[in-house]
Design a protein around this ligand. Structure first.
Ligand code: GRF
Length: 194
């Protein structure tokens, strides 16, 4: 944590693999005057992730993790988390699964955003599966990360209506909009207990 004019700020690392629209949104929230957190580190398993451009733009440390060997990959991750004094890890479209060992080391300090109303539709292609099942609602969830995929305790959720002519692509856009409202709210809720 860094102390800024008497206010302790939480140091956050955001893990991404692609576009990074959630990352971009979290950075902009973190730059608000009253923000209680700072994005200090961006980690990606994908050196071509578009979201990595925000590191340079906002002068944030970044680290690309090579995943040929998960043990080595996670050793590097832990080293970076320590080096940057990270208090909270926010997964945002990170396409690798963290090991139980790493999660244990950061217990209660890793959260994720998932594009469905968990516990429904864990994993990939959530919107397409919701359409095929004729769901009336989809949405997004922010949850703590535990050793089972998309299964940790839910922090916040937001419902989004599915209309008759909605495609997975249309739903993705609607849900992403809500994700950008939900994730900062969930972080505010979580950091009170850190
Ligand atoms: C989001 O839909 C998030 O819920 C999921 O991956 C997507 C990441 O999008 N985990 P972006 O890279 O933040 O734009």
């Amino acid at each position: 944590m860094v102390k800024l004019i008497g206010i302790k700020k939480i140091n956050i690392a955001v893990f991404i693999s692609g576009t990074g629209s959630n990352l971009k949104n979290l950075i902009s929230h973190s730059l608000r005057k009253k923000s209680r957190y700072k994005i200090c580190l961006i980690i990606s398993n994908n050196s071509k992730a578009k979201g990595l451009n925000y590191a340079k733009k906002h002068n944030i440390n970044k680290k690309i993790i090579h995943y040929e060997n998960i043990t080595n990959a996670e050793k590097t991750i832990l080293k970076e988390l320590k080096r940057n004094s990270i208090d909270l890890v926010c997964l945002a479209g990170f396409m690798k699964i963290l090991s139980a060992k790493l999660i244990k080391k950061f217990k209660g300090k890793i959260i994720n955003i998932h594009p469905s109303l968990l516990p429904k539709y864990k994993g990939l292609n959530t919107h397409q599966r919701a359409i095929e099942n004729k769901e009336k609602f989809c949405g997004c969830s922010v949850h703590y990360v535990n050793s089972k995929l998309d299964s940790g305790k839910i922090i916040l959720q937001k419902k989004v209506r599915i209309f008759k002519n909605d495609t997975a692509e249309k739903i993705k856009k609607k849900v992403l909009k809500q994700e950008h409202i939900l994730y900062p709210k969930a972080i505010s809720k979580v950091i009170v207990n850190l």
